[in-house]
Design a protein around this ligand. Structure first.
Ligand code: ZN
Length: 145
């Protein structure tokens, strides 16, 4: 459960954790509360929404390309359909898998069900759909809150 956003000491979001985990960080004094849920306490602490690390963490892995997954494609495209900009719940293969298209960042986009169904295994332009942006390879840092 990621309920609390973690910021690096530089205020850059680097991930999310559960409230319990975040409280643990406050107790160990490795993080401070940046934003809290008004009026809710967790023991002596305000219930955090955003915490910030006290010491900067050099997280090189954050700047490496992220591994592909359907969930990550939806995240990269902010749950927006690459064809109509509606709410996306599925992942579409630009070149259909049945035509040899691979499950890679550059061949997949977030899509709503209607667009995905309409496209099927055809090319987007054959069914009057157009990509609103080119698929790209995100880094881990692009996929955190
Ligand atoms: Zn759509």
């Amino acid at each position: 459960m990621t309920e609390v956003v973690i910021l690096n000491a530089s205020y850059e979001p680097i991930g999310g954790v559960s409230v319990r985990h975040a409280i643990g960080m406050l107790v160990r004094q490795v993080a401070v509360v940046e934003e809290a849920v008004a009026g809710q306490m967790f023991g002596p602490y305000p219930r955090p929404k955003v915490v910030r690390l006290i010491r900067y963490v050099a997280a090189k892995w954050l700047y490496r390309p992220a591994g592909w997954s359907k969930r990550s494609v939806l995240k990269r495209d902010r749950h927006q359909c690459a064809y109509c900009r509606g709410r996306a719940t599925t992942v579409d293969h630009v070149v259909a898998q049945s035509r040899g298209g691979s499950s890679t960042w550059l061949n997949t986009v977030a899509s709503c069900s209607p667009c995905n169904n309409r496209k099927g295994d055809k090319a987007a332009r054959d069914v009057g759909l157009r990509l609103q942006w080119e698929p790209w390879v995100p880094r881990h840092v692009d996929l955190v809150a």
